[in-house]
Design a protein around this ligand. Structure first.
Ligand code: CTP
Length: 400
């Protein structure tokens, strides 16, 4: 359930921080990617070296560290993470979060974070029972924070009672329960195409394009995070994928992408075709290298159209299947996209304009407009491709 999830582990200054390395270990073993943000006090109880070694990433603790890529590096984690878990969460940390105080790397990130937050409080029983703390705890619960209740038992201060941090296994179980309950596409199968295609000219050359596949891989990840079983048909790309719900099929040419997609689609509930498929391919591609003929002679390539995968799936689409296409345009964007939506029988189309800065090939960001069958048009903002992928998945969920 946590495979492929990006989890930010917050550590605050309590003796229970000695159990945090075990939580990190369990998360990594479950297939999650982990980054740690620790308060100064936390680092009195657990060393950065331990956190870094187990999480395999650097630890963030200093708002103003000179080795930060830029001064708000810790805030950029808000886009990276799928969830945050603060373990141990001291009364001070919970109080600050409830009251909106942001005075260090962790509290600043917590205030900016809009995805699930889990808190595993740890403190002495009297602190736990104090009216001030209970007030803050209710505020946090009201804000949607998930509290992994502490246990009764022997406490570091020598007394017995409620306040001992939940065991790492219990914290993991709470997170797993949460993610299992909010997977909106479990039981669904979705086909995704991604990346460019290469069309052979001869034994050593091809016609291709600048697509990197980042958008399609982000869509596949977002679908799998929602519990869908994904067939990812990928053109040539260096990107890697590591999710048990994603079955990757590598292809090179438009014809191979067509064959793989046409065979996967009939058993799918939906398809999202993000690939930049070559529209034309050389008619003949000899298995040897084409040599130059005479000095100064040019070369003419005879090209033919490749099969249109999206249009073909659109023609064979069943009543219960949903089909989503992409349109990359440079001019008259909305009109061109609307025509593709109709022509290819899509449920909605995701329009990228090369006029928008930060959108299109190679960028980590994208800015898209959604055009629906019923005429609705929704314009998005410039966002990371991971967030755009979630927006696409949200819209697919709403029409499935
Ligand atoms: N597409 C496809 N197979 C093709 C060409 C395009 O599946 N042979 C899909 C793309 O994956 C994308 C959509 O069709 O989802 C639109 O691609 P685009 O290249 O923008 O449009 P074309 O139909 O090729 O039209 P044009 O090149 O004239 O803009």
């Amino acid at each position: 359930m946590l495979t492929g999830k990006k989890v930010i582990v917050g550590v605050t200054g309590g003796i229970a921080a000695y159990k945090t390395p075990l939580l990190i270990r369990l998360l990594v073993k479950a297939g999650a990617e982990v980054r740690c943000v620790a308060t100064d006090h936390a680092l009195q109880f657990v060393t950065p070296l331990t956190l870094e070694t187990l999480s395999m990433n650097k630890v963030y603790s200093d708002l103003f560290a000179t080795d930060n890529d830029h001064t708000t590096e810790h805030i950029s984690l808000k886009d990276w993470g799928d969830a945050m878990v603060v373990a141990p969460a001291t009364a001070n940390c919970i109080g600050k979060m409830a009251q909106g105080i942001a005075d260090d790397a962790l509290s600043t990130l917590l205030m900016a974070f809009r995805k699930p937050v889990f808190m595993a409080p740890a403190m002495n029983t009297q602190m736990w029972e104090s009216p001030a703390f209970q007030r803050n705890l209710s505020l946090l619960k009201g804000d949607g924070c998930h509290i992994v209740e502490p246990e009764d038992g022997f406490l570091a201060c020598g007394s017995e009672g409620k306040g001992r941090m939940a065991e790492p296994e219990a914290i993991m179980a709470a997170m797993e329960r949460h993610f299992a309950s909010c997977q909106r596409l479990s039981g669904r199968k979705v086909l995704v195409t991604a990346g460019p295609t290469y069309e052979k000219i001869d034994a050593v050359r091809f016609v291709g394009n600048f697509s990197t596949g980042k958008m399609g891989f982000a869509v596949a990840q977002a679908l799998a995070d929602e519990g869908a079983e994904v067939t990812l048909v990928a053109g040539p790309t260096h990107l890697t994928v590591n999710h048990p719900m994603i079955h990757r099929v590598d292809v090179v040419s438009a014809q191979e992408m067509f064959d793989a997609s046409a065979s996967a689609f009939p058993s799918c509930d939906a398809a999202i075709l993000t690939a930049a498929v070559a529209d034309f391919r050389p008619v003949d591609a000899p298995d040897i290298k084409i040599k130059k003929q005479n000095d100064n002679d040019g070369m003419t390539l005879h090209m033919e159209q490749t099969p249109d995968i999206l249009a073909t799936l659109g023609r064979s689409k069943g009543d219960r299947q949903r089909l989503v296409g992409f349109a990359l345009e440079t001019n008259n964007e909305v009109a061109h996209a609307q025509s593709k939506l109709q022509r290819k029988n899509l449920d909605f189309i995701v329009l990228n304009s090369l006029q928008d800065k930060g959108a299109g090939f190679g960028h980590d960001t994208n800015k898209v407009t959604f055009l629906f069958r019923d005429g609705r048009v929704e314009e998005g903002l410039l966002k990371s491709k991971a967030l755009v992928a979630r927006d696409i998945v949200d819209r697919l969920v709403s029409i499935l």
